[in-house]
Write a protein that binds this ligand. Structure first.
Ligand SMILES: Cc1cc2nc3c(=O)[nH]c(=O)nc-3n(C[C@H](O)[C@H](O)[C@H](O)COP(=O)(O)OP(=O)(O)OC[C@H]3O[C@@H](n4cnc5c(N)ncnc54)[C@H](O)[C@@H]3O)c2cc1C
Length: 381
């Protein structure tokens, strides 16, 4: 199906970003996976070329572009099987918190660095004891004079090693009766005393993503590092999680499409019993089923994207998109992997890594079960 979302300028941007990936990312992917993180320098290179936070106002170092430019970046990263360079998390998930809830002083201090790649961001909500149940988080922030003192531990934090700035969710009111209203957001610079980066975590996929533990021990930050209103953290998170879930869904559909495309090619080349394996009816039926899932997913996701760009607040649709597309991508990639036979179990094959990378999409950005909890509430159940 023809896609109608993008104009000629978007298409030129896609070409430029693809070239950037071919030149600056793809040649390093294997080494980044071995090293467990991407090069710090790639962030500056991406910033220098305008690929970080393209939507940001020009006065803060962005291009004032629409969300579709970010969508293009998401799609091309997925097409390049790049799962470690978390520029979407930075540009379209974390920096929007600074932009939407920061005061002018905070914006001027941090946003230009976010756009240039001088500042890499992380978002620290999840803790060893709680993830889905955000209101139960145990990290505390206590006001002492003109400082906040933060204590607690976070885990599974993307960009955990490379981050220069962390948006941290902490309890400013420990009273369990105020569980939701007791959460505030803080901006912690990585060089603050009392803040330490823990170990990089070994994962089943996304090998070049530096997902880590973070620790706060009497970490003192200025009062001015509170983001938005005290006690407003939960509401801010709920507001911004829609776009995060949409970003995950866009990546999932595109990854499924890319794997399917590569699999169709492979089945035409690989022979068994004297003919290409694409000629077996089982191969054809399975691949056609995969294609149907991708096309249905694509039609839905493009519709949600266009409504999101139009400014609609789509809690139900973004939640459905997140769980349906990530479940779908996992099914499609698993089906495709089977056609690679033994090679589908070898890590040097992109389909194998796509299989490993896809699994987490059903877990992070709110688990798929939590998505259904949200949708159930939305339809009054
Ligand atoms: C690679 C990776 C990167 C991540 N990056 C970040 C990051 O940058 N920042 C960050 O803050 N977090 C991050 N996370 C954490 C992620 O968001 C959490 O793991 C996720 O929200 C689930 O929380 P949990 O692990 O504590 O699981 P739990 O909340 O303990 O859930 C366990 C199981 O119980 C189910 N469950 C829980 N509550 C309900 C319910 N009400 N109804 C039905 N089922 C329920 C869940 O669906 C799940 O299946 C990352 C995780 C991974 C793996």
């Amino acid at each position: 199906m023809d896609r109608t979302l993008f104009n000629d300028e978007h298409k030129a941007f896609r070409t430029a970003f693809k070239q950037f990936l071919v030149r600056e990312v793809v040649p390093h992917q294997a080494r980044w996976r071995d090293e467990g993180q991407v090069d710090r320098e790639i962030w500056r290179k991406a910033g220098a070329q305008g690929f970080l936070c393209p939507w940001l106002d020009e006065k803060y170092g962005g291009a004032g572009a629409d969300f579709l430019y970010s969508v293009i970046i998401m799609e091309e990263l997925a097409r390049a099987y790049e799962s470690g360079f978390a520029m979407i998390l930075h540009s379209d998930i974390i920096v929007p918190y600074l932009y939407s809830f920061g005061n002018e002083e905070q914006k001027q201090k941090w946003l230009p660095g976010c756009a240039s790649g001088e500042i890499v961001t992380a978002l620290a909500m999840t803790e060893p004891g709680t993830g889905s149940d955000l209101a139960a988080l145990a990290t505390t922030a206590v006001k002492q004079g003109d400082e906040w003192v933060i204590n607690g531990a976070k885990t599974f934090i993307s960009n955990g090693q490379l981050c220069d700035l962390v948006v941290v969710a902490a309890k400013t009111d420990p009273d369990p009766k105020n569980a939701h209203k007791g959460i505030s957001l803080f901006v912690v610079e990585a060089n603050r005393k009392g803040f330490t980066k823990g170990k990089r975590l070994h994962k089943m996929g996304m090998d070049s993503q530096d997902t880590s533990e973070l620790f706060f021990e009497d970490c003192r930050i200025p009062a001015g590092n509170l983001l938005g209103a005290e006690g407003g953290g939960f509401m801010m998170l709920m507001q911004k999680l829609q776009q995060e879930r949409l970003c995950v869904a866009i990546g999932a559909v595109t990854a499924a499409e890319q794997v399917l495309e590569d699999t169709i090619k492979y089945t035409k080349e690989r022979t068994a019993f004297g003919k290409p394996i694409s000629k077996f009816q089982n191969t054809q039926f399975k691949l056609v089923e995969c294609l149907a899932k991708c096309e249905v997913g694509r039609a839905f996701i493009d519709k949600v994207v266009s409504e999101h760009v139009a400014g609609k607040y789509l809690v139900k649709e973004c939640s459905i998109a997140k769980f349906w597309t990530t479940d779908m991508a996992q099914e499609v990639i698993d089906t495709c992997l089977q056609f690679f036979g033994g090679y589908g179990y070898m890590l040097e094959y992109p389909v194998t890594r796509a299989f490993m990378d896809a699994r987490v999409q059903r877990i992070y950005a709110g688990t798929n079960e939590i998505m259904k909890v949200i949708v159930a509430k939305q339809i009054g159940l």
